[in-house]
Structure formats: C-alpha cells, structure tokens
Design a protein around this ligand. Sequence first.
Ligand SMILES: C[S@@+](CC[C@H](N)C(=O)[O-])C[C@H]1O[C@@H](n2cnc3c(N)ncnc32)[C@H](O)[C@@H]1O
Length: 292
Amino acid sequence: MSVIGLAPTSTDAGTTDMLPVLGDAEFLALARIMQNDARIHLPPAKKSLVHSRLARRVRENKLDSFQAYVALIERDAGERRRMVTALTTNHTHFFRENHHFEHFRSTLLPRLRARPAGRPIRIWSAGCSSGEEVYSITMTLLGENAAEARWMQGRDVKLLATDISQPVVDAVNRACYSAQTVEPIPAPYQKAWLVPDDAGFRIADTARRLVTARVLNLFERWPMRQQYDAIFCRNVMIYFDDTAKAELEARLVDQLAPDGFLYIGHSERLIGAAAERMQACGQTIYKPRDTD
Ligand SMILES: C[S@@+](CC[C@H](N)C(=O)[O-])C[C@H]1O[C@@H](n2cnc3c(N)ncnc32)[C@H](O)[C@@H]1O
C-alpha cells in the first residue's frame, strides 16, 4: 500500500503503522517556529527526534502529513504551544549536580538563617521541569527534620518554579513522585519531607506550600519585580544559541540580589555581559563581582 506522505514503521505491538514523513522543508519550518517561540535551536541532527516526538501530534490532529501539521500550527496558537511542549526535553532528577546543593547548604543557608527575620527569602528554579530541582532546594532549606526547619517559622520564604511547558508545571503542583524517582533524595530528607501515597510519595505540605509553580517562557516578559537570593537555571541554556544564552544570562544576573548566587548546568558557561559582571565561586556557581 502506498500512502502519500506516510512511511510504514513497526509498532511495539508488531503491527505495521504509518508514520508521516518529515521533509526538510517542514523540518526547517518547525525549527524556525521553535527558534522564534522558545529560542530553542534545532540543528539538522535533531530531525529524527523532531519526527518521533511530533508524529503523535500529527496523528492526534487526524492529519496525514507534516505539511498539514505546519499549516495547522501557523493558525492554531494552542497546538503551537503543544508542539513547543512536545519538543522540550524535561530530563531531571532529585539532587542533580549535588555540589550545588552542598554549596547552598554550606554557604548560602547560614547567611539566610542569620538574616533579619523581616527580610524576604526568594529562590527561583528557572526551567524547573517536573519539580525535582525546586523540591531539592526546598528540602535543603528546611534541613533534615522539623527542628532544623524551625528557623523558617514566621519568615517570608518563597520558591518560584517556572517552565515553558504546562504539563511539567502541573507535575510541580501535584508534587507526587514514584519510589524510583525519590531514590536520590538523602534518607533524612526522605524521612522528613516525603509522605507515602498510592502512586509512590508526595512532598509534605510543609515543603510544598513554599513553592509556587508557573508557566513562563524565559524569553518573554518576567512579571517578578523582586530580586532572588539564588537562581537555579540549569541544563536549560544548552538548548539555546549564543545570542539567546547571552540575553538570558544578562537578565538572570539583573534578577539576582547583589549577594545572591547563580547556579547553572555542568556543561553551561556564562558569556557576554553576564561573564563580565559575575565571578565564579565554585563549579558552575557564580556571584556578582566584588561581593563577599
Ligand atoms: C533538561 S530540563 C532541566 C530541568 C532542571 N533545571 C534540571 O537541571 O534538572 C530543561 C527545562 O527547560 C525548559 N525550557 C526550555 N526552553 C525554555 C524556555 N524558553 N523558557 C522556559 N523554560 C524552558 C524545558 O521545558 C525543560 O523542562
């Protein structure tokens, strides 16, 4: 059987299914939209990834080709957002790049604890994925048990978690994780801040209510007016080209308190104005120049 625009593939069930073919022109059109909407750079090497992630969107929209799909996203803003979401990579885990949490615990936490109670504490996980990062920070703030967490009572402490993808923001709000997912959490934190439930564990309310999760495209206007004591923007910038990275990093530095810390991913680095304004104080950890 020959179907225009479709290529036969084997499904897991062993039956033959028809996947739409992704031509170069459609790939370029989709890559342009990703670049425009999320600043995510899709080189030609990502064509097969784009194909496999979007074939389902083509089918769910009951279309038989990527040409028809490109035409759809050009007129349908909702589907365009779903396309961007489908092409984001959300890999994350609890206490990923643990040296950041070690630094936070040994350097920033004592300063926050010593701060006058009236001064707010603000932390931002930018590109938070499903919440493992922001809840790792929250547990580090709270400590190993309720007694250690007592210093936070009566203080104005808020953690913001943002991501371009609605499904992962929903996951932050659910705050439910499988037994396998919570494995990297150190045992004392598990004991203190996880509550068993049907599907695995959920984050205890004491920790969860400190976190606000919102959809936010990092390249659009940021509604936050306050500066942050710590910004975690890790394994997000790897998907952007240098122009976008430099722009975003400069904005992150503007949003950081003069005595705050910026944590970025292990394969990322500061470039442009951010590199001039910040100094390294640990592995992929930065603070504004000329502060203690
Ligand atoms: C690989 S995850 C990293 C999660 C976490 N920061 C960590 O290091 O484990 C990258 C996240 O960045 C988000 N992202 C990508 N482009 C974005 C953009 N333009 N604005 C906001 N979030 C974006 C993705 O949706 C994804 O959840």
